[in-house]
Ligand binder design. Structure first.
Ligand code: SF4
Ligand code: SF4
Ligand code: SF4
Length: 590
């Protein structure tokens, strides 16, 4: 049977078998109130607000867990259900302290919204006056148990989405609390600070320290963005108010990381206190002096006109956008004939075999991680690997040192025993190999499963996939060139070589900036539009969320202005994006 036909409030609804009554109603545009339900989590029917009457069932049933059957007749909005829901809500409001005016979530709290919807204008029952504890031991998050309705969304998010299993229920009855690692302070628990629990909490029970009380939800604009902290390039949303980034949220619709970010992506950009480069500078009489954009670009153009060919090199950091990389490749390789196009981050060559994507982890039965510590370097890839383990996949870690995924692996072997991992993969159905840089012997051993496994090269540089595809293959050392143009973006890598004329595009002060001859200030991730290519080849777009600091500009724009200054053709942003996408997608993985 392809579809099941039911009636909801007298309306006929056709849905696939296995659909829950709640989802069938939502597909038909019929609203059923919920509180513990969250679309990305497995429903548990805990709060009972979604109770519906099903013909033939003696008692109302929770719509979020009740599956449809052919001919089912459902009522979602009877006076009896209204009273039951109001009763449940009254109990929830009475159980803990829900004094809304003091709550960060007032105005965008799901419990408060339901209170208004069911006309709760006074407490029906005596309220529980014993104060519950507040745990503020976490560096980013606070849990106020007084606001908690025990919906278990946070527990499920921690387990099902982050695969971290830190949260659970402690105590019993009215004293039940959300607990970390069976009663550790949150800040001392196994929490990895992904922040997913805060994002699913329907009340003000879990809030984050940085964004709390900085604006109600309805006062915040959401801007689509992509994390530029590692090569997983997670899609995310930036919450902005008054020209400031208030919060970073995960994007539930994102194809690979849907709902998931790591600490580095969600919290660290909001605490970046490195000193910015905010204006162009030219070295005069040994010192970097402030200059206008026009003067700085003219000085750079003049130097570049006199170089070219073997004398000229360009080095890019891995977090330059596709647009910046494309414009740099066009200007320096095609127009100026630079002899050196380098990547400041290490490039991980892809191993022989089928190219996979991180989405393959969801269906894999064996994950091999070799030559990379994903927990440290690409945390969301680590969480996705742990999620695969939770679903029954085996995890094999091949590493000669400590590896953050080792405690979750069924087998951890040194690289000298790569044969054990290869043998396990040969016997598996859908093996995935996530690899960093590996030795020739390891690469050779893995060739035995080249036809079977999907391979993903986990690049240390954020946009290294695109950089390599666009021809930035040099190793970052540009000795031999007389003029070097460095596009550092937000990185503080690289050194100036004595005697070499150096032009640097950078967002932050660094040794390379201090030693440069000309400095051009770059916008950071939230201040520029652009796209990034993830380590598995997905292209993610980021919109500009806030204005750049000082007179900084997006890397691609600086390069386009420089090209114009030199009388070369430059493309618009949209043309650049399109051309970059075609070229990156058109290239085989290096
Ligand atoms: S921040 Fe992440 S790991 Fe920590 S408790 Fe919340 S969901 Fe779990
Ligand atoms: S802390 Fe929030 S998400 Fe967790 S159980 Fe309480 S109300 Fe629900
Ligand atoms: S895994 Fe990487 S891309 Fe994703 S949120 Fe963390 S740092 Fe950002």
């Amino acid at each position: 049977m392809d579809t099941v036909t039911i009636t909801i409030n007298g309306r006929q609804v056709d849905v696939p078998p296995g659909t829950t009554v709640l989802n069938a109603a939502r597909q038909a545009g019929i609203d059923i109130p919920t509180l513990c339900h969250f679309p990305s989590l497995i429903p548990i029917g805990a709060c009972r607000l979604c109770l519906v009457e099903v013909k033939g069932q003696r008692n109302p049933q929770p719509a979020c867990t009740f599956p449809v059957t052919q001919g089912m007749e459902v009522q979602t909005d009877t006076p009896r259900l209204y009273e039951m829901r109001k009763f449940i809500l009254s109990m929830l409001f009475s159980e803990r302290n829900h004094f809304c005016p003091y709550c960060e979530l007032s105005g965008s709290c799901e419990l408060q919204d339901l209170g208004y919807r069911f006309g709760l204008d006074h407490f029906l029952f005596e309220t529980y006056t014993k104060p519950f504890p507040l745990d503020a031991s976490h560096r980013h998050l606070v849990i106020d148990h007084n606001r908690c309705v025990l919906c278990a969304r946070c527990i499920r998010a921690c387990s099902e989405i982050a695969a971290n299993h830190t949260l659970g229920l402690g105590n019993r009855g009215a004293a039940t609390l959300i607990s970390c690692d069976a009663d550790a302070p949150w800040g001392e628990s196994t929490c990895v600070s992904c922040g997913t629990c805060a994002q699913v909490c329907p009340t003000g029970a879990i809030i984050d320290r940085r964004s709390s009380y900085m604006g109600r939800n309805r006062q915040l604009d959401r801007v689509a963005s992509a994390c530029n902290r590692c090569s997983v390039v997670c899609a995310m949303k930036v919450a902005v108010r008054g020209g400031r980034v208030v919060r970073i949220e995960s994007d539930w619709e994102a194809p690979v990381n849907g709902g998931l970010l790591c600490e580095r992506g969600r919290f660290e950009p909001l605490h970046d206190e490195r000193e910015r480069v905010t204006e162009p500078m030219i070295r005069r009489e040994g010192r970097l002096m402030a200059a206008t954009w026009d003067d700085a670009l003219e000085a750079a153009a003049e130097k570049l006109r006199g170089a070219g060919g073997a004398d000229l090199g360009v080095a890019v950091s891995g977090d330059a956008t596709n647009e910046a990389l494309y414009t740099a490749a066009k200007l320096f390789r095609e127009d100026l004939g630079a002899s050196y196009l380098g990547l400041l981050n290490r490039n991980v060559p892809k191993l022989s075999g089928r190219s996979g994507t991180l989405a393959d982890l969801a269906t894999s039965d064996l994950v091999i991680v070799v030559g990379v510590d994903l927990m440290k370097e690409m945390p969301v890839a680590a969480y996705l690997s742990k999620r695969a383990v939770d679903k029954g996949a085996r995890l094999i870690v091949v590493d000669d040192g400590d590896n953050g995924l080792a405690p979750f692996a069924s087998l951890t072997v040194p690289t000298s025993d790569i044969a054990s991992a290869v043998a396990a993969a040969a016997a598996a159905g859908r093996p995935v190999v996530l690899h960093g840089g590996v030795t020739g012997e390891t690469a050779e051993a893995l060739k035995k499963i080249a036809d079977k496994a999907s391979f993903i090269a986990m690049q240390p540089g954020v946009n290294a996939f695109a950089a390599t595809a666009l021809g930035f293959n040099g190793d970052g050392r540009a000795a031999g060139t007389k003029v070097l143009y460095m596009i550092l973006g937000e990185q503080t890598v690289g050194q100036v070589i004595p005697g070499q004329f150096t032009i640097v595009q950078a967002a932050f002060r660094s040794p390379a900036v201090e030693g440069a001859d000309i400095v051009l200030p770059s916008a950071v991730w939230s201040e520029r539009a652009g796209s990034l290519t993830s380590t598995d080849g997905r292209i993610l777009k980021a919109d500009k969320a806030v204005e750049p600091a000082g007179s900084a500009k997006a890397d691609w724009e600086i390069l386009a202005l420089l090209a114009q200054k030199m009388g070369k053709k430059s493309l618009s942003f949209d043309e650049t994006s399109q051309a970059a996408l075609i070229e990156i997608k058109g290239k085989e993985r290096a």
